[in-house]
Write a protein that binds this ligand. Structure first.
Ligand code: MN
Length: 406
């Protein structure tokens, strides 16, 4: 768990889709961790009689990815396979209690099923996974959480709902852990596991004489039901702790809402959140799903123009620092870039970290140009090769190059 790569893996996995009047975009990135243990799923329009329902989920695995991967593949099926969900009829208003019961049972069934298949394969796998998911019906949102990934609901610019992280120190969690004969040390279950609810983690689920939801670590989800209100601007975000550890709910909400006015591409925004968190020093795997409901913010041409102007201002500053002041060190450039004068319109909630990827890309590009220039200069200064003809062809070479930067 504690090990990190020498060089982070910054390639991102992306996916987007739409259906049921909902758009979503998602991004995930391994980052500094040795393995990618996060998983996710997103489905608009569930099969059969649930065609007006959608489902989004993030799973944060630990001690391996096998449980998180299986959750991504099987949790939705486990929920819709319960008798409570099979009974739901599209034409009658479903009972919220039945839905809640079905979701809970789906979680417990999947946890049992995975345990059986691990045991029957006598597998040494000790992995576990948090799960946060949102089911949307035509009338309600069902926020479902087990562990310390988190989902938030934004309505009209405000975070109006957030799931509660299941940490061993929470009074209810601590009470259950102690009752099961465990302890909470350094904010961890038995001084070891940092979440108090999860799927998998079967070595914490062996207390005799008590049910599956009274173990040291419980697979029971906490379910919150929120009425849908399509008159408001609604955005739902699900992410793992790699995001929430470095950005608050409000940071993420204001950032995403502002970016939605700059671009309509939710994948671009999801990538920007991940990059911003990475430059805010998150060293964990990161995953985020952004769900835009009808009435979510639309692109505002003024905001888009302001962001474009900010990007070219940053480009000018990086160019000046590198070509005129000969400052080539990335960290020096980042700290100097704001010294020139405060940059206007930096994305709220993200600040300069939100533009760090752009700065890095510019830095790499300009470094190439500087190298190229030095090479041509040195070949120019070499004896016998410096002729007028050479000079002209070099000047010609440089014209299309600098046009390409614009
Ligand atoms: Mn994590």
């Amino acid at each position: 768990m504690g090990a990190f790569l020498e060089k982070p893996k910054t390639e991102k996995f992306n996916e987007s889709g739409m259906g049921n009047g909902i758009r979503y975009g998602l991004a995930s990135m391994q980052g500094w961790r040795m393995e990618m243990e996060d998983a996710h799923s997103a489905v608009t329009g569930l099969p059969g009689h649930l065609s007006e329902w959608s489902y989004f989920a993030v799973f944060d695995g630990h001690a391996g990815h096998s449980v998180s991967t299986r959750c991504a593949e099987e949790l939705l099926g486990a929920i819709v396979d319960t008798d409570d969900f099979k009974r739901l009829q599209p034409e009658t208003a479903p009972s919220l209690e039945e839905i809640q019961k079905g979701i809970r049972e789906g979680f417990l069934n999947l946890d049992q099923k995975m345990r059986h298949s691990l045991e029957s394969n006598s597998c040494e796998d000790k992995s576990g996974s948090t799960a946060v998911c949102v089911l949307t019906s035509p009338s309600h949102f069902f926020f479902v959480n087990c562990g310390d990934s988190r989902s938030i609901l934004i309505r009209d610019d405000f975070v109006v709902f957030s799931t509660t992280d299941h940490k061993p120190n929470n009074p209810d969690e601590k009470a259950r852990i102690t009752k099961a004969g465990g302890s909470v040390m350094i904010q961890r279950v038995n001084g070891s596991l940092a979440v108090s609810r999860s799927l998998g983690d079967y070595e914490y689920k062996n207390v005799k004489g008590v049910g599956p939801t009274e173990q040291l670590v419980s697979p029971e989800p906490e379910i919150s039901i929120v009425d849908r209100d399509e008159k408001s601007n609604l955005v739902i975000i699900l992410a793992c702790d790699g995001v929430w550890d470095v950005m608050s709910n409000e940071d993420v909400a204001t950032f995403v809402l502002q970016r939605m006015k700059v671009t309509g591409d939710l994948v671009v925004i999801a990538n920007e959140v991940i990059d911003t968190c990475f430059f805010k020093n998150s060293r964990d795997n990161m995953s985020i799903v952004i769900v835009a409901l009808p009435g979510a913010p639309k692109v505002d041409p003024d905001m888009a123009a302001k962001d474009k102007a900010l990007n070219s201002m940053i480009e000018d500053r990086v160019r000046k620092l590198m070509f005129e002041d000969h400052r080539l060190d990335m960290n020096e450039i980042v700290s100097a870039i704001n010294d020139i004068s405060t940059l206007p319109d930096l994305p709220p909630g993200g600040g300069l970290c939100a533009k760090r990827r752009l700065i890095e890309d510019l830095h790499a590009k300009f470094l190439e140009e500087i190298k190229l220039k030095e090479e041509t200069n040195s070949s120019q200064n070499a004896p016998l090769t410096s002729t007028n003809n050479n000079d002209i062809s070099e000047n010609n070479d440089q014209i299309p190059q600098s046009q390409g930067e614009q």
